[in-house]
Design a protein around this ligand. Structure first.
Ligand code: GTP
Ligand code: MG
Length: 232
């Protein structure tokens, strides 16, 4: 089952958001025809997200039939909001244009795939990577190499063609594969990161605890995986 977190925009909505952002930051972004170009970009990224989502659902069905086990627990998808997109371009000092988004940002379309076991994560990710119409643009394996704060997940940027009336548009989609335990950990860490009303030493203490929790969760997952495999 795919849960879509955000509604897509239409042109008048994009225009009013862009006007608001331009006022807020004191710089004009996406003038004139750029508004329609941005709507087209969103439509293509949304199509790419659907393409990858369908591929993942098909693989999940196949695994279920062959192995009597669903590797995917559930998926979530989202298109990056226009505010975050412009925020990211500004943070990186990139031009505030639709072309610049196309060339520089790979996470406009994002899918989070929550699996039961680490073996499921790699089975699904590797099988998708091998499909003939897919290109792997980048892999960041924070499961083999967790981040210093304890964050674990496998991030893969896939490029998939979206076929429109003028032909194929190769489009990147960022897929974050993780287990339920990794997801549960990441949600709490995310809350801590964005919590403003907290003293520095308190935050530091929670970060230490979270680091230890990440290690313990990884250990528990290993042991449960063992049982899962022995049960066959
Ligand atoms: P940015 O998207 O600008 O961060 O750069 P990137 O795409 O090179 O980064 P990366 O692939 O490392 O991470 C992208 C996404 O993974 C983030 O937007 C988060 O959703 C997630 N993520 C990465 N690191 C962390 C972390 O430490 N904690 C949590 N909760 N999520 C993380
Ligand atoms: Mg990113």
């Amino acid at each position: 089952m795919m849960l879509e977190r955000k509604q897509r925009f239409n042109v008048p909505e994009i225009r009013s958001k862009v006007e608001q952002i331009s006022t807020d930051i004191g710089t004009d972004v996406f003038q004139g025809s750029q508004i329609v170009a941005y709507a087209e970009l969103e439509q293509i990224y949304s199509g790419a997200m659907r393409e990858i989502g369908t591929k993942l659902e098909n693989l999940d069905d196949e695994f279920q039939l062959k192995n009597r086990h669903n590797p995917i627990h559930h998926m979530e998808c989202r298109l990056k909001s226009i505010d975050s997109t412009i925020g990211k371009l500004r943070k990186r000092g990139l031009p505030l244009t639709v072309e610049s988004i196309r060339q520089n940002l790979y996470d406009i379309a994002g899918i989070r795939v929550i699996c039961n076991y680490v073996t499921d994560v790699y089975a699904v990710a590797n099988t998708l990577s091998e499909q003939s119409d897919i290109e792997v643009i980048r892999i960041k394996d924070y499961i083999r190499n967790p981040k210093p704060n304890g964050y674990r997940s496998l991030h893969v940027i896939y490029q998939v063609p979206v076929f429109l009336s003028d032909g194929p548009h190769p489009t990147p989609v960022e897929v974050q594969f993780r287990t339920s335990a990794m997801d549960y950990w990441a949600s709490l860490e995310h809350r801590l990161r964005y919590k403003n009303s907290i003293e520095d030493d308190e935050r530091e203490k929670h970060y230490e605890t979270l680091k230890e929790c990440a290690r313990q969760l990884a250990d528990i997952e290993d042991r449960m995986q063992q049982i899962h495999q022995e049960l066959g």
